[in-house]
Design a protein around this ligand. Structure first.
Ligand code: ADP
Ligand code: ADP
Length: 226
């Protein structure tokens, strides 16, 4: 069964811009799919519709076999990692990672267990008492991932997570993300405009252009056409 399915998915913004023009996509359990394409092609809109952060104009989205069209973001079985990390500046790393679980009324021992486990996977155990301002860009990115991992969602959604990092760190964190996702084995949809990033990370690359899907396939089969 597909973990995420998009069927005839359409997004038209007010003013008539058709950002997504009826795309179909089936994403398998444990698959790492990267949406790539030029600025304005509809990648981020697609991701935000899966997250429920953007209303859909037409079509259908399923997550884990359930149609989620009318389900609000926090009740979807997803966790999203943003480009700007979206960490709470006044909270410690521990509390940032725990926050989503506190909101969902998890027991204290379970929160503790999940945060410590995610911190171990991400190698940030020694940073748990710090505030975000005392962290490097790469460390903030790890915390943002930690916050997604503790939720143990069916699907991770990444929106250009590395674009605020310098080139060297970007390459390092790319490897890190791949490793972490392989460890937790969560289905992933990852948006980037960087083709190298797409090729390195993806099990399957989805090339978007002008609101449609232009090509889909494993990295080695793309971009090598005559
Ligand atoms: P990408 O992520 O590939 O850069 P987006 O999904 O952000 O592309 O945008 C797709 C198209 O939709 C673009 O033409 C963009 O200008 C337009 N768009 C995005 N957000 C809005 C919005 N809130 N209101 C109107 N148009 C938007
Ligand atoms: P508050 O800031 O709301 O007073 P605390 O900082 O005391 O909350 O943390 C609440 C719980 O979170 C603690 O009981 C503890 O179990 C856990 N916790 C907080 N920081 C850490 C940490 N660095 N390592 C392990 N557990 C922590």
């Amino acid at each position: 069964m597909a973990q995420v399915s998009l069927r005839r998915l359409v997004k038209e913004y007010e003013g008539g811009v058709q950002a997504v023009k009826g795309i179909d996509l089936e994403i398998a359990d444990h698959e790492f799919v990267v949406l790539v394409g030029p600025s304005g092609c509809g990648k981020s809109t697609t991701l935000r519709m899966i997250a429920g952060l953007e209303d859909i104009t037409g079509g259908e989205i399923s997550i884990g076999g359930t149609v989620v069209n009318d389900i609000p973001p926090r009740d979807r079985d997803i966790a999203m990692v943003f480009q700007n990390y979206a960490l709470y500046p006044h909270m410690t790393v521990f509390d940032n990672m725990a926050f989503g679980l506190v909101l969902r009324k998890f027991r204290k021992e379970e929160i503790q267990r999940r945060v410590m486990e995610a911190a171990r996977i991400l190698d940030i155990t020694q940073l748990l008492d710090r505030k975000p301002r005392a962290l490097s860009g790469g460390q903030r990115q790890r915390v943002a991932m930690g916050r997604a991992i503790v939720r143990d969602p069916k699907v991770f959604l990444f929106d250009e997570p590395l674009s605020n990092l310098d080139a060297k760190l970007r390459v390092q964190m790319r490897t890190e993300i791949k490793k972490v996702v392989q460890t937790v084995r969560t289905t992933t949809v990852y948006v980037t405009h960087d083709q190298v990033e797409a090729m390195t990370l993806a099990d399957r690359v989805v090339v978007m252009n002008g609101g449609i899907i232009e090509q889909v396939g494993p990295p080695q089969e793309l971009y090598h056409r005559p």
